[in-house]
Design a protein around this ligand. Structure first.
Ligand SMILES: CCCCCCCCCCCCCC(=O)CC(=O)SCCNC(=O)CCNC(=O)[C@H](O)C(C)(C)COP(=O)(O)OP(=O)(O)OC[C@H]1O[C@@H](n2cnc3c(N)ncnc32)[C@H](O)[C@@H]1OP(=O)(O)O
Ligand SMILES: NC(=O)C1=CN([C@@H]2O[C@H](COP(=O)(O)OP(=O)(O)OC[C@H]3O[C@@H](n4cnc5c(N)ncnc54)[C@H](O)[C@@H]3O)[C@@H](O)[C@H]2O)C=CC1
Length: 720
């Protein structure tokens, strides 16, 4: 894994551990023996460390964390590098990250390909750069820059790294040749002033000021996360303590993080990010064996909230869009709105004015469906009404060329019921964007019974092209996100009836780490949407909903949200919802005594006695209900693996990444506990049938030891 090559008086240690040259145990062993060998070899006068393939090491091997650590540790390897009597030059290319950058900081010199990037992304894994990264970097860059680089985890490009003093020289030609030439030029020069452990932090006197400012910033930016705080404590140590003591403090802070639940969740999330977009159908078709079609043009039908934002997703990556609305007035409004959204992106420096102009040049608005005959992909985003969608799909089927894919942005409707309206069910699928669609990263792609593998490949591929995190799920009511999130919404409202207030529920879930509590989310998206869906469903079933309705088809029902609707409290858009706002469309939510009155009088009129609901119950009722549903989603094969569910929650529903997602969180709580609490709530609330425990959950919980999350599906599902 580390080749030792001597060329004249230079020893080259070439790290060869594809794909990213991670510093696995064999690489660490190879580096250590290489340094020792070069120091013993009388013909060698300088040593070059370089990566083979596309990169210098991009960090420690993340898969080794969580397993018993194997020696030599990176710190020991690094100390041997620094102690070398012969100059060691790290020659960087690609991405020199984490432990990779630490190897470079132990070296006496660092040169780099001018296109390379460096950084300490450990914080994104809930860790700190624990091989002296936090105490060596400030010695080169000063405290403020080190604090920023380490707590953000951002990559720094080579010219910037040169400016900060992290690098000594940039190389534009052949890196290895240049490294050898550089090595020859430093032979015989004193090394002590190149050993960072011998150098002081130049602005150590100002450390408290930098620490306080950076701490306030990370507490605001990375609320609830412990790693950025530990990073700062360690950097403070680098300035306040002698080197050896600072290293000891860093090691202690690193250990604390390594064994933390947050780091376990973030490391899981790192691999889940990479695994979730890898799709596989029950037929065996998969990303590995199915080629996508290349989409060159798109039509979006319906230019409301979603359609307009979906159009932006395509035009900003250069894919032309035909946007179709019912009438010219609505169309012109939408086009104006799109122009304004893009103008906002220019102001925020997300795109340039030129990019905005180019995007708008490939957007064309129309009021007739007939013009979409030649597009490769249609995304329908009209009202959530099955009959309307079926009519539109039937027309599209006649108008569009046979190869075109017809997709719906429906948030709940069965894709099969939409596909039957066409003669091309293999080319019909769901592309479920999340509001605001031009910002939210998630794309929940939905396949139906007849959706062909090549359609799936194409929607997954186009999702990636437009910069989304695409996750594939099978059609069912609400798919994964809305199906599971319905339980959160239901339980939240039921708890209002039983004793809580909106701000109580939201605060507990936000303290847990959710981006927003369910009532703030409803106020943001508008409670009129839900009211319309409830009324429509009731009408279909011939049911009359009143304030006294407490059960629908035997299921518990709360009319509290209906009361709000009828008071005109739609949320932010009307300046009043579950909270009060200063004016319509204002963002800051204030608890509203009027809402307390509405809830109290609702309870009085129904004879419900209110009680104090403890925070733990709020967490359990919202999250455990969703988790139980998640197991049903797995059991039915709606989601192929737990990672898919967790990524959907992270990118679509604001679940804190440092808790991994609801399914990973369940693995940390323990499946026995989850199962017992689900059974308890099912006993307590038999009229909420979603509390019926999932068979898969029951099976997994019955094992004497916890079944690891990566074994939750295939084996157990086949035994059900
Ligand atoms: C209680 C016990 C106490 C013991 C004390 C012991 C003390 C020891 C002290 C040692 C401390 C060391 C601390 C340290 O420095 C920690 C680190 O270095 S953590 C790692 C930091 N690095 C990263 O986070 C980089 C992660 N990788 C990336 O960002 C990207 O992969 C990268 C930009 C490098 C490349 O991106 P791209 O080209 O898009 O490729 P992919 O992302 O798809 O990756 C390809 C492939 O490689 C896998 N992979 C990537 N990085 C790693 C890695 N670091 N370890 C393992 N595997 C990695 C990735 O998962 C992909 O594989 P798949 O199979 O597709 O998943
Ligand atoms: N609003 C949200 O948060 C989300 C909505 N969705 C789904 O997206 C779809 C659209 O929702 P919104 O954009 O919120 O609704 P919206 O009401 O803002 O927009 C729907 C648009 O479709 C237009 N329309 C209706 N019939 C049409 C026709 N025959 N031809 C052309 N245009 C027509 C309407 O004029 C309206 O502008 C729905 O299926 C909804 O369930 C999906 C994810 C999130």
């Amino acid at each position: 894994m580390v080749d030792y090559i001597v060329d004249g008086n230079i020893a080259v240690l070439e790290i060869n551990n594809p794909p990213v040259n991670a510093l696995s145990i064999h690489v660490r062993e190879g580096l250590l023996t290489g340094i020792q060998k070069a120091n013993q070899d009388g013909s060698v006068q300088a040593i070059v460390i370089i990566g083979k393939g596309s990169t210098f090491p991009s960090g420690a091997d993340i898969r080794e964390f969580g397993k018993p650590p194997k020696e030599p540790w990176l710190t020991a390897v690094g100390e041997a590098i620094e102690a070398s009597e012969k100059p060691v030059i790290s020659a960087l290319h690609g991405t020199a990250l984490g432990g990779g950058l630490e190897v470079a900081l132990f070296s006496h010199y660092r040169i780099a390909d001018e296109r390379s990037r460096v950084g300490f992304p450990e914080v994104k894994l809930g860790l700190l750069p624990g091989a002296q990264g936090t105490i060596r970097l400030p010695r080169l860059t000063g405290l403020a820059v080190a604090m920023r680089i380490i707590t953000s985890g951002d990559h720094i490009n080579a010219p910037e790294a040169l400016k900060y003093g992290i690098l000594d020289k940039l190389i534009s030609g052949n890196l290895l040749q240049e490294a050898k030439t550089f090595a020859k030029s430093v032979i015989g020069k004193p090394l002590d002033n190149r050993r960072l452990s011998k150098i002081a932090v130049r602005d150590a006197a100002t450390v408290d000021k930098h620490f306080d400012e950076a701490l306030a910033e990370v507490k605001r930016k990375y609320k609830g996360m412990i790693a950025p705080v530990n990073c700062l404590k360690s950097i403070r140590g680098s300035a306040k303590l002698p080197f050896v003591e600072a290293a000891r403090l860093e090691a202690a802070l690193f250990r604390e993080l390594l064994t933390s639940a947050q780091s376990a969740a973030l490391r899981y999330s790192f691999f889940a990010d990479r695994s979730a977009p890898r799709w596989k159908l029950p037929s065996g078709a998969s990303i590995e064996n199915t080629k996508p079609d290349i989409i060159k043009s798109v039509a979006v039908i319906g230019a409301g909230t979603m359609g307009s934002a979906i159009a932006i997703c395509f035009i900003r990556v250069g894919i032309p869009v035909l946007l179709v609305e019912q009438n010219d007035k609505l169309l012109q409004n939408a086009l104006k709105n799109i122009g304004q959204i893009l103008q906002g992106s220019v102001k925020l420096n997300r795109i340039t004015a030129d990019q905005r102009k180019q995007s708008l040049q490939i957007l064309r608005g129309e009021t007739s469906l007939d013009i979409v005959s030649d597009v490769d992909l249609v995304v329908e985003a009209v009202f959530e009404n099955l009959k309307l969608k079926q009519e539109i799909f039937a027309r599209l089927d006649k108008i569009c060329k046979p190869s075109a894919l017809l997709c719906s942005n429906t948030s709940t409707l069965d894709i099969d019921k939409i596909a039957v309206a066409t003669n091309r069910p293999g080319k019909v699928a769901g592309m479920h964007f999340f509001a605001p669609a031009h910002i939210m990263k998630l794309l929940e792609n939905v396949y139906g019974t007849h959706t062909s593998p090549s359609t799936v490949a194409t929607i997954m591929d186009i999702g990636k092209r437009i910069g989304k995190v695409s996750v594939l799920v099978r059609t069912c009511d609400g798919f994964v996100a809305n199906r599971m999130n319905r339980m959160v919404g239901n339980e939240a409202v039921f708890m209002l009836e039983e004793g809580a207030l909106p701000q109580d529920v939201d605060r507990v879930l936000e303290d847990f780490g959710m981006a927003m509590g369910p009532f703030r989310v409803t106020d943001l998206s508008g409670s009129d949407v839900g009211w319309r869906i409830r009324q429509e469903r009731a009408k279909e079933q011939g049911i009359q909903l009143t304030y006294e309705t407490r059960f629908v088809n035997g299921e518990r029902y709360s009319s509290l949200p209906d009361r709000l609707y009828e008071l005109g409290r739609y949320g932010q858009k009307t300046g009043k919802g579950w909270y009060r706002y200063e004016k319509p469309f204002a963002r800051t939510a204030y608890p509203d005594p009027e809402i307390t009155d509405v809830i109290n009088s609702h309870c009085r009129s129904l004879g419900i006695e209110r009680r104090v609901i403890p925070p733990q119950e709020i967490i359990e009722r919202c999250l455990f209900a969703a988790i139980n549903e998640g197991f049903k989603v797995l059991e039915e094969g709606v989601a192929e693996k737990p990672e898919n569910i967790d990524i959907i929650w992270q990118y679509g529903l604001g679940f804190p990444r440092y808790r991994g997602g609801p399914m990973f969180y369940a693995s940390q709580v323990g499946l026995k506990t989850i199962y017992e609490r689900v059974c308890y709530y099912y006993d307590a609330f038999p009229h909420s049938s979603y509390w019926a425990p999932s068979d898969l959950l029951r099976k997994l919980a019955s094992h004497s030891t916890e079944v690891p999350i990566d074994q939750w599906t295939s084996k157990e599902r086949s035994r059900l």
